[in-house]
Design a protein around this ligand. Sequence first.
Ligand code: P6P
Length: 336
Amino acid sequence: MSDIGKSVTQFIIEQQRAHPSSTGEMTGLLNDIVSACKQISHLVNRSGIIGLGGAAKSENIQGEVQKKLDIITNDVMIEHLNWTGHLAAMASEEIDQIIAIPAHYPKGKYLIAFDPLDGSSNIDVNLSVGTIFSILRCPEGVTEPIEADFMQKGTEQVCAGFCVYGPSTMMILTTGHGVNGFTLDRDVGEFILTHPKMTIPEDTAEFAINTSNRRFWEPPVQRYVEECMQGTDGVRDKNFNMRWLASMVAEVYRVLTRGGIFMYPMDSKIAAQGGKLRLMYEANPMSFIVEQAGGASSTGYQRIMDIEPTGIHQRVPVILGSKNEVERVVRYHSQQ
Ligand code: P6P
C-alpha cells in the first residue's frame, strides 16, 4: 500500500516503530517543529494583511537588518520547542548566543539549530521563504549545553528538514533513511505525504548562482559557469538553463524535484567571513537532505558534512545538487 496521503504525524510514528530502540522523543520533537511551521506558514501568508511586512528596527548577529517576520518566526520556533522536554538547547540564526531551555521546563537529549525564516528579504516581494533546521544529539552527560556542544560535524545530524512557504507549503524531512516531502493541506491543517523517497537526478542542465558576483569568484567556479554559458558552442556540448531565487529553500526544493546545481561559492568580497551561507543551520541540514536524495554537497574543496565546526554562526561556501555536476566543480577546484 502506497504511503502517499499519510499525514506527517502518522509517517513519523511509523518510522519510529521501525526502529525498536526509539524512545519517541524524536517523534515528539518533529511534531513540535511541524506545529511551529504551520503557524509560520500562516503568518507568512497573512503578513501583508496583518502588517508584518517590512523591516524591524534591529539587526541580527550577522549585522543584517531584521524583518519583522524574522523576529516573530524566531519567537514561534522558540515558543513551540522550549517547553517540550525534547531539547537540551537551541541555536538560531537570529540570536548571537545559544538559547538555553528555561529552568522550569524539562530538558531532552537533542540540540536544534535553525534558521526560522531563510530568504526573508523575499517577503516584501512575495517570493518563497522557508524554515531550515538541523537536529543533533546533546553530548552524553551534558545538562547545560554550551556552544562547544553544538560543534558537531554534519555527519552527526540525526534529522534535518526545511519548510518552504511558496505557492504551497512543503515540509521536506530526512532522518537518514531517505527524503520525503509533505504538502500542507490547509483544509485539514495537516502535512500530507505527496513526494515519497525524493531523489536528485545525477545529471542536470540547470545551474543556480548569483552571477552578479562573477568577478569575485575563484577560477574553478568561473570556469564551470563559463562552460555552462557556452552551451553547445563549448566543451559541455549542451545548453544550460539558469535560475537564481535568492532563497536557498526554494532552490534546494527545485533541485530535489528536477535536479540542478546550486552554488553560493567563495568569493573575494566575502572571503574574510568564510562564505555567505551558514554551516550549522543552512549548509549542513541542506547537505544531509541532498546527500540522502543521492546528490552531493561540497565547499569545492571538501565535503560540507565533514567540516569540523568552529562557531554556531560559521559561514561556508556551498556547491550542492546533482552528483555529477558537483563532482565536476570539485574536480575543477583540484585542478587549479
Ligand atoms: P544573495 C537568503 O538571504 C540566503 O541566505 C539564501 O537563502 C540565498 O540563497 C542567499 O542568501 C541569497 O543571497 O546574495 O543573492 O541575496
